[in-house]
Write a protein that binds this ligand. Structure first.
Ligand code: PLP
Length: 431
């Protein structure tokens, strides 16, 4: 064995990874070289896309100066928004630290475009949990339902395909927005590729060119060569503590879309009459831009981690969703562990491998809004950031763990090996 390999083995052993676990995992990694090379190629294209937008918009040091108070004449904020618009191929963008999270960005998008009497349609089944309260599927203060906005959804067919006839029928004279969620979130349907999103948008626009097509792009940014806004979406929306923040953004959300959509969103975010002209950036602009610069590379590492995990657990006979060979459209990896003890062990491993809070032990707890206990592992620099290595899962059959992120592949790899180590330590799984 060469010296470097020996050193690495010693490091890992010191860090709690036994030789059998390490050798098992390294062999799996060896088999993923081609797959990883394809991911590198996508990241390289997306790096050029981001860099080119920064050069084109003449990003300069002056952009990094903080603004306070009303935040008038914030050239950094304006440059950041022009860069996002160019990266996503849209006319305009709203990218603000005042947008608190993904749910807020999505609520802002919906509330700014919809008016009383309008109808919102989801042609891809139930939206992400937190959107149920925004829409008013579950009654909530200030929901769209309270403002007299209607909602309708069309389920995907059994095989995950679009119910074209059902969608056609659901479109009516009230329909104002069609909302399309790219990532499956915690549902069991497949994540949508940008190509499929484009086909869905084309179908809708052919029938109703006046209907706005909006995409919940959370966890999807930079996974593919194109974004949904490049295949016809009027508005794409996401969180900066996921993919596009590159792990650096401390908070924030983005909306990229047509001039009209973004203008309406800005007037809703701040105030009628004020719009996008206000909003102090308090010095975070440099971090938001640098995070975007790193995002394609960070997403690359997270994707490799997800595939590495899928391959490992598949080899051990577990059901990985998506599997290690499928094409990827988001960074989420689910593994059905079929046993509460293994789910807890997996999450303990991820936590122990974290740079922050490695010494705490995650425990299942009764999280509000869930009907079973949930266990969560996250030792992140940015609180709640899920582009950083994190894992969670509800303690109910099939005891699936959902895991995502990793600011570097090296860290994701160690976290996954640690999860396997903890699983082996239960004595239930033998390599
Ligand atoms: C994360 C996420 C959201 C928004 O969640 P926040 O926790 O509010 O940022 C919405 N939709 C999907 C698909 C998501 O993954």
């Amino acid at each position: 064995m060469d010296e470097k390999k020996q050193l690495l083995e010693d490091y890992y052993e010191d860090m709690g990874i036994s030789k059998p676990v390490l050798r098992f995992c390294l062999e799996i990694e060896e088999g993923l070289k081609q797959r990883f090379a394809a991911i590198d190629a996508v990241a390289e294209c997306n790096q050029m896309k981001v860099l080119s937008a920064m050069r084109k918009n003449r990003l300069s040091e002056a952009c990094f100066a903080p603004t306070t108070g009303y935040g008038y004449n914030d050239i950094g904020r304006e440059t950041l928004e022009r860069i996002y618009a160019d990266v996503f191929g849209t006319e305009d963008a709203l990218v603000r630290p005042q947008i608190t999270c993904g749910t807020h960005a999505l609520a802002l998008a919906l509330m700014s475009q919809l008016r009383p009497g309008d109808e919102l349609l989801s042609p891809v089944g139930k939206p992400y949990d937190t959107l149920e309260e925004v829409i008013g599927i579950r009654p909530s203060i200030g929901s769209l339902a309270e403002y007299g906005i209607f909602y309708r959804q069309v389920e995907l067919l059994e095989d995950g395909s679009f119910d074209w006839a059902g969608i056609e029928e659901a479109l009516n004279e009230r329909t104002r927005i069609v909302t399309i969620q790219r990532s499956k979130g915690y549902a069991s349907r497949p994540t949508l590729s940008v190509k499929r999103i484009g086909e869905l948008i084309a179908f809708i626009k052919k029938r109703r060119p006046d209907v706005l097509c909006m995409v919940d792009n959370c966890y999807g940014e930079f996974v593919e060569l194109a974004e949904p806004s490049e295949v016809g979406a009027d508005l794409v929306v996401g969180s900066l503590i996921k993919n596009p923040g590159g792990g650096l953004a401390p908070t924030g959300g983005y909306l990229c879309g047509t001039k009209e959509c973004i203008e309406k969103a800005a007037f809703r975010l701040t105030s009628p009459g004020l719009g996008r002209e206000v909003g102090a950036t308090l010095g975070v602009t440099q971090t938001l831009i640098q995070g975007l610069f790193l995002a394609p590379t960070v997403v690359k590492g997270a994707l490799k981690g997800a595939i590495f995990a899928a391959a490992i657990y598949e080899k051990l006979g577990f059901h990985a969703i998506p599997d290690s060979k499928e094409s990827r459209h988001d960074i989420i990896q689910a593994v059905e562990l079929n046993d509460p003890e293994l789910l807890i062990a997996f999450c303990e491993g991820i936590q122990a491998a974290s740079p922050v809070d490695s010494f705490v032990r995650p425990e299942p707890w009764d999280m509000p809004g869930y009907d079973s206990k949930v266990i969560m592992a996250a030792g992140t620099f940015i609180s709640g950031s899920s582009i950083e290595l994190s894992a969670d899962g509800p303690l109910r059959s099939p005891y699936s763990v959902y895991f995502q992120g990793g600011l570097t592949f090296e860290h994701a790899k160690y976290g996954i090996m640690m999860s396997l180590q903890r699983i082996c330590d239960t004595g239930k799984i033998h390599l």
